[in-house]
Design a binder for this molecule. Structure first.
Ligand SMILES: Cc1ncc(C[n+]2csc(CCOP(=O)(O)OP(=O)(O)O)c2C)c(N)n1
Ligand SMILES: [Mg+2]
Length: 385
């Protein structure tokens, strides 16, 4: 087993999500100064882009729900940063940062959230439900835990083809209670799939706190049941997150199979923007914001390492410019065409000539213009049987 750290919690009572974990001293030596600044860029971009989405949501320009990763930016960015080009990750709704690291662009994200006709899924899916295997992120499906068996299959194919590639799948604390999680991770473990399972322990699944989700002390302890390494890391420390994930990624690439990495963090916003979090004990959100904000912590750390405040301000200004430009472009796009709903879903639409309901000529069109398999809507003639 790899090192398994535990934070907080007595027997059967895991309190870790209720209290910010202690700030651990990091021992990172591998990341260059440019890479450390890059980590800052991705985290700040994630937060600022979501703040722009909140503005658009309040202007009713976002179609559907808005899911925030406020306070979880380090966990998304640090873990995705441990992958190489060619590796594949499977994000969740709170992994905007991971997708940005893997090459998704702000303009795509904005168009997708606004369901524009030229968004990645042309309005057929919302928020960050889209994928691009070339860039290395696959489209998520909503049933919790189901991406674990999907990614077991993806990484089994890497292994069978002898490819030097690794997969990473994100699951929330809530998703660990599903059958799909268990079946997928067990299969990946026994097949020695090069898969890293990131459990984002953010304290809640909708309104259910982790203590009502599972009695394990840490979710990484579940690794014992699958015979694989498990490690818990401070998910609000981007360097610690990167390092823990990198250890698991390196093991997978060396042919040592599947691992669990549990990242301790906290969901500071509701499940989505509509959720007022009335079920969260008073003071808990404020405490995480004041004492354990991943960006505040990283800014303080970069300052100690000699990065000037002006350098970070220049990155912030660049991000604002990029988001403003992306918003202008996204706002100019139109809505999808109705027929886009049929294209590329299961099969292409029938190749027949335009049908009566598309042309508005129902009364004059013969029944035979419709594919026979579609049936007819004609009422029987009066007096017929
Ligand atoms: C099998 C299944 N059950 C219920 C849901 C509805 N649902 C969507 S997100 C969610 C909570 C997810 O919590 P968690 O896995 O901890 O992820 P988080 O939202 O905290 O990132 C639920 C219950 C679902 N999508 N799939
Ligand atoms: Mg959760």
């Amino acid at each position: 087993m790899a090192r398994s750290t535990t934070q907080g919690g007595g027997r059967g009572t895991r309190t870790s999500a209720a209290a910010p974990p202690a700030v651990a001293a990091a021992t990172d030596v591998a990341l260059s100064r440019a890479q450390r600044l890059e980590l800052y860029y991705w985290m700040r971009l994630t937060r600022s882009l979501e703040e722009r989405l909140v503005n658009l949501y309040r202007q009713t320009k976002v179609v559907g729900g808005l899911f925030r990763s406020l306070g979880q930016e380090a966990d998304a960015v640090g873990s995705a940063y441990a992958l190489r080009q060619g590796d594949i990750l499977s994000p969740l709704i709170r992994n905007l940062g991971s997708m940005l690291v893997k090459g998704a662009t702000p303009v795509e994200i904005l168009k997708q959230y606004m369901a524009k006709g030229d968004s990645p899924t042309r309005g057929r899916e919302l928020n960050i439900h889209f994928g691009d295997t070339e860039r290395g992120f696959i489209g998520q499906i909503s049933p919790l835990g189901d991406m674990v068996p999907v990614m077991a299959g993806v990484t089994l194919s890497f292994r069978m083809r002898g490819e030097d590639r690794v997969g990473l799948v994100y699951v929330g604390d809530g998703a660990t209670s599903t059958g799909a999680f268990h079946e997928g991770i067990n299969f990946a473990a026994v097949q020695r799939c090069p898969l890293v399972v990131i459990i984002e322990n953010n304290g809640y699944a909708y309104s259910t706190p982790t203590v009502k989700q599972s009695l394990v002390k840490q979710f990484a302890d579940k690794a014992i049941g699958y015979g694989i390494p498990g490690e818990t890391a401070d998910g609000n420390d981007v360097i610690a997150t990167y390092e823990a994930t990198k250890r698991a990624v390196d093991r997978a690439r060396r042919g040592e199979g599947t691992s669990i990495v549990e990242l301790m963090t906290f969901r500071r916003k509701g499940h989505a923007e509509h959720d007022n979090q009335s079920y969260v004990p008073p003071g808990q959100i404020e405490r995480w914001a004041a004492e354990n904000d991943p960006l505040d912590r990283y800014v303080a750390r970069l300052g100690q390492e000699g990065v000037a405040a002006e350098e970070l301000a220049a990155i912030d200004a660049r991000i604002q410019r990029e988001i403003d430009e992306a918003t202008d472009i996204a706002e100019q796009s139109g809505v999808p065409e109705p027929l886009d709903a049929l294209v590329g879903v299961y099969a292409d639409p029938p190749s027949e000539e335009p049908l009566w309901f598309r042309e508005g000529k129902r009364a004059v069109v013969e029944k035979s213009e419709r594919p026979s398999s579609w049936g007819t809507f004609d009422a029987p003639a009066k007096g017929a049987d």
